[in-house]
Design a protein around this ligand. Structure first.
Ligand SMILES: [Zn+2]
Length: 62
């Protein structure tokens, strides 16, 4: 049984670092922590489903 509302969406997001404002593309279903490439701050934390964005989501890619 397929329920589109329950389907987790996987997409790429542009997330800007809160510390250094570097932005990088992250996968919203990342299974590991994604750190900023410049300063090492946490940008994305895995939650088991859609990852939690720690930085600023700047743009969505489909
Ligand atoms: Zn940074």
């Amino acid at each position: 049984m397929k329920d589109p509302v329950q389907m987790p969406e996987s997409r790429f997001l542009r997330v800007a670092c809160r510390k250094c404002r570097n932005d990088q593309i992250v996968f919203n279903k990342a299974s590991t922590v994604v750190n900023c490439l410049k300063c090492g701050a946490e940008l994305l934390a895995p939650t088991g489903g859609t990852a939690e964005i720690k930085g600023r989501a700047a743009r969505t890619f489909t």
